[in-house]
Design a protein around this ligand. Structure first.
Ligand SMILES: NC(=O)c1ccc[n+]([C@@H]2O[C@H](COP(=O)([O-])OP(=O)(O)OC[C@H]3O[C@@H](n4cnc5c(N)ncnc54)[C@H](O)[C@@H]3O)[C@@H](O)[C@H]2O)c1
Length: 439
C-alpha cells in the first residue's frame, strides 16, 4: 500500500521507516528542508538506535523517500499519517496545535481523491473531531479523520513501531473506510497477534494522554516516597524492589531519582490538565499538578544534594555532570532534568563540565554557556563532585577505581540510583543518592 507521514521528527521518521519496513511505499514530508535532505541521504537528524539501518534498507529498496512538497505527497497516497509536533503553548499549559492545523490546511485542499488522514500526534481530546470539521470545510472530496495514538519510547522506537504492545484506532462515527485501510497497513503486525482496539475519536485521544498521566504518576509516586525516605534515612531502591514483587504494583517505572522530562510526559500531563479544565472537569486532574510539582522538586533537591556533597557551597566548585539527555539511548534534551540541574548548578556559582555520549550537540544549542567535554575523563578532570544524571550504560559500568585519579575529590552523586553504591564506596568514594542514605 502507499502512505505518507507528515512530520519526520522522532515519531514521524521512525513511523515512515517502519511502514516501509512493513512493505509499503512511503513518502515522509516535512517543512524542514535540512531534515528532509538528511533523511533522504540516509542520515538521521537525531539519535535512535537501529533506525539508520531500517531507514537505509528501505531507501535502497525504493520503498521510502522524503520531500517538502505537499503536492507530491497529496498525489502519492490516499492514507496520510500526521505526526507533527504538539508542544506546550508559550505561557500556557495547553497544547499548541498550530503544526497540526497547518498540515490539514495545506494538505486537504490539495487532495484530488477521497482520503484518510490518520493522526498519530498526541493531542487534546476533541482535536480529531475539530479537525474533521476543519477538513470538511476545505475538502473537495471526502476526507475521513482517524486517530492512531503512538506509544513508542525513544531509545526503543524501532522495536516499538514494529512490535507495538497494542494498536488503538479512533474513527469517526460515520467512518466507512478508515478501519479497513489501517488494518491493511498494519496487517503484518495484526498477523503477529498485536491487540487492535477500535474506538471513537475521543477515546483514542484519551488513551494516549491517560497512559502518559499514569506513567508520570507512577514515577512521581516513588519520588514522593523517596522524599520521605530521605527524611528517615530509609532506602527507596530497596523499598521499590519490595513493592515491585507485588504483581498488582510491578517494579517498572518505580525508579526513584531525578524524575521525568523529555518532549512528551511533562507537556502531555499539562495539556491534559488544561483540557480537563476547558471541559469543566478540572477537579478530576488536580492530582496531576502535584505529580508535576513532585517531579520538578526533584531537580531542586538534586542541586541541594550536590551542594551538600561539595561541602555546603557550590561557589567555585568544579562539577562533572554525566548525562544531558532526558533518558539514556536518546539525544533528546527537551525539558531534560539533567541539563536543567546542570544549568542551576552553574547559576549557583559552580563550574560545570557536561558529558553525554549522544546529546552534546543538542545540549550546546539549548545551554550554550555550560562547558562540554568529549569524554567522561575530560568532564571529571579535577572535579569536586561527579553527578550521574542520565543512566547511560557507560556511566553505570564506570570503574570507580579507575576514575579516582582523575577527580579532585572522590565524591559521586547518583541522580538516577543506577550505580552500585557499595562498589563505589569500597573504591574510596563518598556516594550521595536521592532517597538513600549517604555511604
Ligand atoms: N518523541 C516521542 O517519543 C513521541 C512518542 C509518542 C508520541 N509523540 C508525539 O508525536 C508528535 C511528534 O513528536 P516528535 O517528538 O516526533 O516531535 P519533533 O519535534 O521531533 O518532530 C516534529 C516534526 O514535524 C515537523 N513539522 C512541523 N510542522 C510541519 C508541517 N506543517 N508539515 C510537515 N512537517 C511539519 C517539524 O519540522 C519536525 O520535524 C507529538 O505530538 C508528540 O507528543 C512523540
Amino acid at each position: 500500500m502507499r502512505c505518507t507521514v507528515f512530520g519526520t521528527g522522532y515519531l514521524g521518521a521512525t513511523h515512515a521507516a517502519g511502514m516501509a519496513e512493513l512493505g509499503h511505499e512511503v513518502v515522509g514530508v516535512d517543512i524542514d528542508p535540512g531534515k528532509v535532505a538528511k533523511l533522504a541521504a540516509g542520515d538521521i537528524p537525531f539519535y535512535e538506535p537501529g533506525l539508520r539501518k531500517v531507514l537505509n534498507g528501505n531507501l535502497s529498496a525504493g520503498r521510502l523517500r522524503f520531500t517538502t512538497d505537499y503536492d507530491d505527497a497529496a498525489e502519492h497516497a490516499d492514507v496520510h499519517f500526521l505526526g507533527v509536533g504538539t508542544p506546550q503553548k508559550k505561557g500556557d499549559y495547553g497544547a499548541d496545535l498550530r503544526h497540526v492545523h497547518a498540515v490539514i490546511d495545506t494538505l486537504v485542499p490539495r487532495l484530488k481523491r477521497s482520503a484518510i488522514i490518520v493522526g498519530k500526534s498526541t493531542v487534546p481530546v476533541g482535536t480529531a473531531a475539530e479537525l474533521a470539521e476543519r477538513a470538511r470545510k476545505l475538502a473537495s472530496h471526502d476526507v475521513e479523520i482517524a486517530w492512531n495514538p503512538e506509544f513508542l519510547r525513544e531509545g526503543f522506537a524501532v522495536h516499538d513501531t514494529l512490535h507495538p504492545d497494542r494498536i488503538v484506532l479512533g474513527v469517526q462515527r460515520d467512518s466507512t473506510r478508515a478501519e479497513a485501510a489501517v488494518r491493511e497497513l498494519y496487517a503484518p503486525l495484526l498477523d503477529q497477534g498485536v491487540p487492535f482496539l477500535v474506538t471513537d475519536l475521543q477515546t483514542a485521544e484519551l488513551v494516549k494522554v491517560s497512559a502518559n498521566a499514569f506513567l508520570a504518576t507512577k514515577i512521581s509516586f516513588i519520588n514522593a516516597i523517596s522524599e520521605v525516605c530521605e527524611a528517615v534515612d530509609a532506602d527507596v531502591t530497596l523499598l521499590a524492589d519490595a513493592l515491585g514483587y507485588d504483581p498488582r504494583i510491578g517494579r517498572r517505572f518505580l525508579n526513584a531519582g531525578l524524575g521525568f522530562g523529555g518532549g512528551c510526559l511533562p507537556k502531555d500531563i499539562r495539556a491534559f490538565m488544561a483540557r480537563a479544565g476547558e471541559l469543566g472537569a478540572n477537579h478530576a486532574l488536580t492530582f496531576l499538578r502535584e505529580v508535576d510539582s513532585i517531579n520538578m522538586r526533584r531537580r531542586t533537591r538534586m542541586v541541594e544534594l550536590a551542594t551538600k556533597a561539595c561541602g555546603g557551597s557550590l561557589l567555585g566548585a568544579n562539577i562533572a555532570v554525566l548525562g544531558a539527555a532526558f533518558k539514556p539511548e536518546s539525544d533528546d534534551v527537551r525539558d531534560s532534568p539533567a541539563l536543567n540541574v546542570a544549568g542551576m548548578l552553574q547559576l549557583n556559582g559552580a563550574t560545570v563540565n557536561v558529558y553525554d555520549p549522544k546529546a552534546l550537540e543538542n545540549s550546546q544549542k539549548l545551554f550554550p554557556t555550560l562547558n562540554y567535554s568529549t569524554s567522561v575523563v575530560e568532564a571529571c578532570e579535577r572535579a569536586d563532585a561527579v553527578l550521574v544524571l542520565t543512566e547511560w550504560r557507560e556511566f553505570v559500568e564506570l570503574d570507580p577505581a579507575e576514575l579516582a585519579d582523575t577527580v579532585r575529590a572522590k565524591v559521586v552523586v547518583d541522580g538516577r540510583n543506577c550505580l552500585d553504591a557499595a562498589r563505589w564506596h569500597d573504591a574510596g568514594w563518598r556516594v550521595y543518592a536521592l532517597g538513600r542514605a549517604t555511604v
